[in-house]
Design a protein around this ligand. Structure first.
Ligand code: ZN
Length: 325
């Protein structure tokens, strides 16, 4: 096991150092570190001494102490980042959502760009997770290998599916024709947390032979995915939710209604549910994180361990990370 942990740690370190290419449409330039959301204007505003909390996979040697999830205080230059785009595309494409004087969250170009960047982040994270597994695969005991086989095909399905939407977004960005997408922007009470992700709700039906090709033949179309962006701005928090018109997600539309109509406490419970049950990549202020009880953090870890593969629309939890807000 010690050997396996060492290999896993190496895989994590190697992937950090690995040069990656820009994710924008057919670009082959080397990617730089891209912030998922604006560094100045969103992330810095809620930072303390230029630091924010992010959820990360734990170092394998810390699994015993920290459990399946780790939460780290990370400096503003590194927090909520990924190796996404080359220098040119990182600054050119996202200008409409990086230059503060132009911000209008009801414009389709801005809604699209937020969602596109969150989507690319998720694709890259899945690519990296697959790389880690492939690096340690040969060293792993047979039981783990079976588990990895399922995970690898899950990632492959996820990446293939998300890349369909990536391509659709890029067409829209290049042509300035956003008619295939529907977005809504609403405001909710201010909460110092940031989310920008694609969400795929529903059962992931991995075939018994763990084959991506079998799945693709049967499924033949990408998984319904919606795009959720939540971040504080001024006195409020902004919520941008959208989907491709060929793939309408009822679950997301219901969520949007609940966010629109809920009381402050109900809205915060919805956000707690998102973090607990639906996504792994977010950032929040240190002061918000400190308001979450250690009991709730333990419950969150238990829930995560037991439901890693559960994307059912019907899962529920009593956990409310934000009940002391
Ligand atoms: Zn590029």
């Amino acid at each position: 096991m010690q050997e396996l942990n060492k290999a896993f740690l190496m895989a994590m370190k190697n992937s950090e150092k690995k040069a990656r290419t820009c994710m924008f449409h057919k670009c082959n330039n080397i990617a730089i570190k891209s912030h998922v959301l604006q560094k100045n204007g969103i992330l810095r505003e809620i930072s303390t001494n230029n630091h924010l909390i992010e959820q990360c996979p734990p170092n394998p040697f810390e699994l015993k102490n920290k459990g399946i999830l780790d939460f780290k205080l990370i400096g503003i230059n590194d927090v909520y980042t990924f190796m996404g785009f080359c220098k040119f595309h990182d600054s050119e494409i996202f200008k409409p959502i990086e230059v503060n004087t132009n911000l209008n969250f009801n414009r389709k170009i801005q809604q699209t760009l937020f969602s596109y960047r969150g989507l690319c982040q998720e694709i890259r994270r899945k690519e990296i997770a697959s790389e880690w597994i492939k690096e340690i695969y040969d060293l792993s005991p047979i039981g783990l290998k079976h588990q990895y086989d399922v995970m690898l095909v899950g990632y492959k399905i996820g990446i293939w599916s998300l890349k369909y939407f990536k391509n659709e977004f890029e067409k829209a960005i290049i042509t300035h024709d956003y008619c295939n997408f529907h977005f809504e922007t609403i405001t909710i009470p201010n909460i110092e947390m940031c989310i920008s992700v694609p969400l795929t709700i529903g059962e992931l039906d991995i075939p018994a032979d763990n084959s991506f090709e079998t799945w693709k033949k049967k499924q033949n179309r990408p998984l319904t995915t919606s795009f959720i962006n939540i971040f504080p701005k001024g006195e409020e928090s902004i919520v941008i939710v959208g989907y491709h018109k060929g793939f309408i997600c009822k679950w997301t539309m219901d969520l949007l209604l609940r966010l629109k109509n809920g009381t402050r406490n109900e809205v915060f419970k919805e956000l707690s549910d998102l973090i607990t049950m639906r996504l792994e990549f977010w950032a929040m202020s240190e002061s918000l994180f400190k308001k979450i009880s250690s009991d709730d953090i333990s419950l969150l870890k238990d829930f995560f361990r037991n439901n890693v593969y559960n994307h059912s629309p019907n899962i529920k939890t009593e956990i409310n990370l934000f009940k002391y807000l």
